[in-house]
Each structure stands twice: as structure tokens, then as C-alpha cells.
Design a protein around this ligand. Structure first.
Ligand code: NAP
Ligand code: HSE
Length: 470
């Protein structure tokens, strides 16, 4: 393809790598291709230039030659959407910034759109539009995938566009592809994971150096781990989205994120962390999906796990995903779960895959449409840790034990430190019981005169009853 001289001069005047479409619409070129007058590489548009977006663009620019040598094809970041083009940014990005999404969506020369804005709208609308136009979409947006994954996946099948979202779950850990491809020959039974870096960072800080939740959250935000609204992290919304995506891929039915039982970490106190330590345990925010004969049991909640548990040492913003299935047995994936470097690794992996797919065919991750059968919450079975404030008087322990007996829940351990006050604390760990039975115990305790209040109720895997303790 040759270009009219005046257009080439106009392109030079614009400078940088801003894309230019040939007058006949048949090809595009940039200042970088002026030498040859031909362009055969892959042009991508990036929506969002925050913690993740900036890192992705920097690596793609910096490693351009390496990736071109690896793929036999050049990848160019042609245009980047931001809210505010006047914000201070590295000079090298300036010529490529736009506030108009149409500069990317309408440009036929852009084959891959990388969405790194976050939030549901307008990200969802832009992704849907890119797919409708046949562009491959790479995204790290778990909210969009968890809420609209099947719809977007189906639209991709219609238009021939791929939808890739490795970065949406567990940061740099390649868990989406592993479930979709390498483990596809297994009948999977369970996925348990620490899939939110921010809350794992906070709980680790509370456990290791007694930081408060607020202090640790500020530090996690400063490191770029937290969501724009950190409630999504603290209230386990982010973890629920991630486990719904993993479960949908692993167990073959679509899991509606609204049906994932979800408890966040806001109520975890320094006292709970100390009590956990005295039990030889740590508190982690664990996301679970387990296949049972009755359907999938799904949930996210703070959980006491023994210090010997494989997930107990996963600290800071690290994530880990435990997978059990037949014939593979048990697998544990561990790695950095949040932040620019970890997430950009997964995003760039998807972009390079999209570049390869131009030659060898699509790489889309197929999401199921039929809803998964879920076990009702009352039938979920776990051990629980409860911490109660009680009156300091004779017969209190007997009254509390009686409440558990009436609901048919066995106790595994009871701990009552000396108080010397009119009130005392009791912490208890139950044997595995159904959630319905636990709620019955809590109701009886609320009506019990000897009990001042329940201060904490956390899921516990102290006795390893649920399989993943060795
Ligand atoms: P971020 O730092 O808040 O950056 C968001 C970027 O998107 C900013 O550049 C912002 O523009 C741009 N943007 C937002 N809304 C826009 C709009 N309506 N129009 C145009 N531009 C808009 O977010 P992030 O931490 O990089 O996260 C991006 C995505 O990756 C989210 O989906 C997040 O959940 C996901 N993710 C993040 C991590 C992580 O550790 N941070 C890890 C995995 C996945 P301005 O710069 O002009 O404000
Ligand atoms: N806020 C998320 C986390 C980012 O802390 O895990 C990674 O998905």
C-alpha cells in the first residue's frame, strides 16, 4: 500500500504513533511505519491508563522488539482512552491520548481493544460495542465479566470476536486458561482460594504487626491494589465476582454472582486475630466453590484456618487458588494477585495470544449460559468459630453448651480466658454443622440471659474436615 505524500507529511506533523487510516480505508499506518509505507502489525486501543493500564502500555512499548521477535508480528499501542488528557502523565504517552472512545471503537485498523477502566458502565458498553464490531477484547474487569460474561461471550460468537479476561481473577496467576484448557480433562470437585489481594494484605498486616484495618487499607490503596471503591474489596464483592467466574468455568453452569454467599472482613477485630493465633490459626478471606451431589456450594467469608494449612502462609497481596479434581488430584496455584506488575503480566499474555490468534484462529474463553444448580445456603456445612460476651457467673458455660446441644451442633473446643470483671469472653469452635443449624444456635444464644452479645461468628476449618488440610 502506498500513501499520498501530503498525508504522510500530515502524519509526520502530528508526530508520535497516532494512527492514520489510508484514504481508501484498506490499511493503516503510523509514524513508525513511514520507512516502509506498509503496515502488517497489530494495532491495539487501550481504554484506561491507571495502575494497570499505564503498566501495560509501558511494557508493550518497552518490549516491542522482543514481542515482535517472539510473535513475528509488531504490536503497536495506537490510542489510549482517559478521562482527563491534561492529567500529568509520561511524555511518551501524550500523542496517543484521547477522551473520545470512538477514536478507538470506530477505528477499523484497531483490532484489539484492551479495557482497563474498571466499573460496569461505560466499560460494559464499550466492550459490547468493540465485540459487535468484531474486535478482540482483553479485559481485567471482573465486574463486567461476572455480570455480563455470558451475554458478551455470545456476542463474540456471533461477530467472531474473542473475549479474553485472564487478568480478571487472581492477578498474575494463570488460572483462567488453566481451568479452560490444561485442566479441561478433569472432573473438578473443589476450588478454594484467596483471590483478593487487598483484603489478604490487610489481614496479613493485622496478623503480623497488629495494624488496624484502616491503616492497612490505606497502605493497600497506596500500592494500587484496591478497587476504585474499596468496599468492593472489604465486603467481599470482588472475591464473589472472582469465584463466580472460576466456578462458571470449572463446573460448567453459569453462576449468578448475586447468589454467592458473601461476608466481608469489616467485622474482624484485633481480638479475633489474637484468639485465632491462640488456636494455632490465622484468619483469611476464603472463596469457595464445591461440587456436591445437590449442586454447587458457593461462598466467600473470613475463615479460620490452621497455621499448617497450605493457604495460611499466603500473605500480603499474594493470591492462591487450590483446585481438586479427578484424575489430577490436588493443585495449588500461588502468585501476586494485585497491582500493576502482576495484572499487566496477565493482560499482556492475553494481548500476545490475540496477536497469535490472528494467524491460527480464535482463543476466546467460552462462558456457559445455563444457570448452575446451587446448594441452598442453609445446607452449606462448615465448622464455625464464635466469640461471645457473657455474664461472669456460675452456670454460664453450661447454658451456652446447652444452646449448641439444642440445635444439634457439636462443640470442638471452648476457651474462656480469666476476666475478673462482671463480664467475660468465651470463644468456641464447632464441629461441622449446617448453616441452618448454626443460625438456630445463634437465635437461641440471642435469647439466653447469660449471653450479653455475640461479638464474632466466623467460618472455621480448624479440624481440616473439608479436605484441604494435609
Ligand atoms: P485505575 O487506576 O482507577 O485507572 C482507571 C483508568 O481508567 C484511569 O486512567 C481513568 O482515567 C480511566 N477511566 C475510568 N473511567 C473512565 C471513563 N468513563 N472514560 C475514560 N476513561 C476512564 O484502575 P486500575 O487499578 O488500573 O484498574 C483497572 C481495571 O483493572 C479494573 O477493572 C480493576 O478491577 C482491574 N484490576 C485491577 C487490579 C489492580 O491491582 N489495580 C488487578 C486486577 C484487575 P484518568 O486517568 O483520566 O482518571
Ligand atoms: N482489588 C483487587 C484485589 C485487584 O485487591 O485483589 C485485583 O483484582
Amino acid at each position: 500500500m502506498s500513501y499520498p505524500l501530503e498525508d504522510i507529511l500530515a502524519l509526520r506533523r502530528r508526530g508520535g504513533a497516532r494512527p492514520y487510516r489510508a484514504p481508501d480505508g484498506s490499511a493503516t499506518m503510523t509514524a513508525n511505519n513511514l520507512r516502509t509505507g506498509r503496515w502488517t502489525g497489530l494495532r491495539i486501543g487501550v481504554l484506561g491508563l491507571g495502575t494497570v493500564g499505564q503498566q501495560v502500555v509501558e511494557v508493550l512499548d518497552h518490549e516491542r522488539e522482543l514481542f515482535a521477535a517472539r510473535l513475528g508480528e509488531d504490536i503497536e499501542v495506537a490510542c489510549i482512552l482517559v478521562r482527563d488528557t491534561d492529567k500529568p502523565r509520561p511524555e511518551v504517552l501524550r500523542g496517543r491520548l484521547t477522551c473520545d472512545p470512538e477514536d478507538i471503537l470506530e477505528d477499523e485498523g484497531i483490532e484489539v481493544v484492551v479495557e482497563l477502566m474498571g466499573g460496569f458502565e461505560p466499560a460494559h458498553r464499550y466492550i459490547a460495542e468493540a465485540i459487535r464490531r468484531g474486535k478482540t477484547v482483553v479485559t481485567a474487569n471482573k465486574e463486567v465479566i461476572a455480570r455480563a460474561g455470558p451475554e458478551l461471550s455470545a456476542a463474540g460468537l456471533r461477530s467472531g470476536a474473542d473475549l479474553l479476561f485472564e487478568a480478571a481473577v487472581a492477578g498474575g496467576i494463570p488460572i483462567i486458561r488453566s481451568l479452560q484448557e490444561s485442566l479441561a480433562g478433569n472432573r473438578l470437585q473443589a476450588i478454594h482460594g484467596i483471590v483478593n489481594g487487598t483484603t489478604n494484605f490487610i489481614l496479613s498486616r493485622m496478623h503480623q504487626d497488629g495494624s488496624s484495618l484502616e491503616e492497612a487499607l490505606r497502605e493497600a490503596q497506596g500500592r494500587g491494589y484496591a478497587e476504585a471503591d474499596p468496599s468492593d474489596d472489604l465486603d467481599a464483592v470482588d472475591s464473589a465476582r472472582k469465584i463466580s467466574i472460576l466456578a462458571s468455568l470449572a463446573f460448567g453452569g453459569w453462576v449468578d454472582v448475586e447468589r454467592v454467599d458473601r461476608i466481608g472482613i469489616r467485622a474482624i477485630s484485633a481480638l479475633d486475630v489474637r484468639e485465632a493465633k491462640s488456636l494455632g490459626a490465622v484468619i483469611k478471606l476464603i472463596a469457595r466453590a464445591e461440587a456436591t451431589p445437590e449442586g454447587l456450594a458457593l461462598g466467600v467469608s473470613p475463615t479460620l484456618i490452621p497455621q499448617t494449612h497450605p493457604l495460611a502462609d499466603v500473605s500480603g497481596a499474594q493470591n492462591a487458588v487450590y483446585v481438586r479434581g479427578e484424575p489430577i488430584g490436588e493443585l495449588l496455584f500461588e502468585g501476586p494477585g494485585a497491582g500493576g506488575p502482576a495484572t499487566s503480566s496477565a493482560v499482556i499474555g492475553d494481548i500476545l495470544d490475540a496477536a497469535r490468534a490472528r494467524r491460527v484462529g480464535g482463543r476466546s474463553i467460552a462462558l456457559p449460559h445455563e444457570p448452575a444448580a446451587l446448594v441452598p445456603l442453609e445446607a452449606h456445612e462448615h465448622a464455625y468459630y464464635l466469640r461471645l460476651r457473657v455474664r461472669e457467673e456460675a452456670g454460664v458455660l453450661a447454658a451456652v453448651a446447652q444452646a449448641f446441644a439444642r440445635a444439634g451442633v457439636s462443640l470442638g473446643s471452648v476457651h474462656q480466658p480469666p476476666s475478673g470483671d462482671s463480664e467475660a469472653m468465651i470463644s468456641l469452635v464447632t464441629r461441622p454443622a449446617q448453616r441452618g443449624q448454626l443460625e438456630r444456635v445463634r437465635e437461641i444464644l440471642r435469647a439466653e440471659r447469660a449471653v450479653v452479645r455475640e461479638e464474632s461468628c466466623i467460618l472455621a476449618e480448624i479440624d481440616g474436615a473439608h479436605g484441604y488440610e494435609r
